[in-house]
Design a binder for this molecule. Structure first.
Ligand code: SAM
Length: 222
C-alpha cells in the first residue's frame, strides 16, 4: 500500500514547526518533549512521520537509537539541517529513511513506536490500518507514544470552541497537504481496545489556564 500523496507536506516543511508553535502556543512541541523522559538509553525507537523531527532529535540526544521514517523529502531536509546544527554528538546516529511507513518492515521490532501528530493525517479507516501496521513494528511489552489533539470535551460550549479550533487545522491541512477529513480521535480508547495499557497521560493547555486541547500518551503493549 502506498500513501504517496502525503508527500505534499514538503510544501510546508520549512515553516511547519513555526506554524505548529504559533497555532498551539508551543503546546505541540511541549507535548512531544514531555515524552522523552520515558525513553531509556539504547532503546530502539521508531518515529513515524516525524516531520522536521524536533522530538526525534531530543530522543537521540537522550541516548535512544532513533529511526525516522518520513515520506516527505522536504521534511527530511529540515531534519538533516536540525541534526547538522546539533552542538553535541548523539551516542547513536539517527537513521533516516525516506519512505512510506506502510512499506517499512524492519528485521527486528522496535522497543518504542512514536506517532506524534501523525495518525491525524488519515481518515478513520486508513488511520486504523496505519495504526495496526505500526503495532506490528512494536515488540511485546514495548511502548507506543502518541501526542496529538485531545478528544472532544463533554461540555457543549467547550466542545463547540474545540471543534472550531480543530477543524481550522483539519481544513488547512486538507487543502495544503491532502490530509483526511475526520473527527477528533480518541487515541487512548483505540490503544486500550487494541490491548494496550495506558501508563501515563498528560494534557497540555493553551496558555497558562486555557483549554486542555492537546494530549500526550505513553502506552504499553501486552
Ligand atoms: C502532521 S505532520 C507531523 C509531523 C511530526 N510528527 C510533528 O509532530 O511535527 C505528519 C507527517 O507525516 C508524514 N507522513 C504522512 N504520511 C506518511 C507515510 N505514509 N509514511 C511516512 N510519513 C508520512 C508527513 O510527510 C508529515 O511530515
Amino acid at each position: 500500500m502506498t500513501l504517496a500523496s502525503s508527500n505534499r507536506f514538503s510544501f510546508v516543511a520549512p515553516i511547519y514547526d513555526f506554524l505548529a508553535r504559533a497555532y498551539s502556543f508551543g503546546m505541540i512541541a511541549e507535548s512531544k518533549r514531555w515524552q522523552v523522559q520515558y525513553l531509556k538509553e539504547g532503546e530502539r525507537v521508531l518515529y513515524a512521520g516525524a516531520g522536521a523531527a524536533e522530538d526525534a532529535v531530543l530522543a537521540a540526544k537522550a541516548g535512544a537509537r532513533v529511526t525516522i521514517v518520513e515520506l516527505s523529502g522536504g521534511m527530511l531536509a529540515q531534519t538533516k539541517k536540525r541534526i547538522k546544527a546539533l552542538k553535541v554528538e548523539c551516542a547513536h546516529p539517527i537513521v533516516l529513511i525516506h519512505a512510506d511507513v506502510m512499506c517499512h518492515t524492519p528485521e527486528h521490532p522496535y522497543d518504542v513506536v512514536v506517532a506524534n501528530y501523525f495518525l491525524n493525517v488519515f481518515e478513520p479507516r486508513l488511520m486504523q490500518t496505519v495504526f495496526s501496521h505500526l503495532n506490528t513494528l512494536l515488540r511485546v511489552e514495548g511502548k507506543f507514544f502518541i501526542a496529538d489533539f485531545a478528544p472532544m470535551k463533554a461540555n457543549k460550549w467547550a466542545a463547540m470552541c474545540q471543534k472550531l479550533y480543530f477543524y481550522t487545522a483539519v481544513t488547512v491541512f486538507r487543502v495544503v497537504a491532502g490530509n483526511g477529513w475526520h473527527p477528533l480521535y480518541d487515541y487512548s480508547g483505540m490503544l486500550v481496545n487494541n490491548g494496550f495499557r495506558i501508563d501515563q497521560k498528560k494534557d497540555f493547555r493553551l496558555g497558562v489556564c486555557g483549554p486542555a486541547w492537546y494530549r500526550s500518551i505513553i502506552a504499553s503493549k501486552h
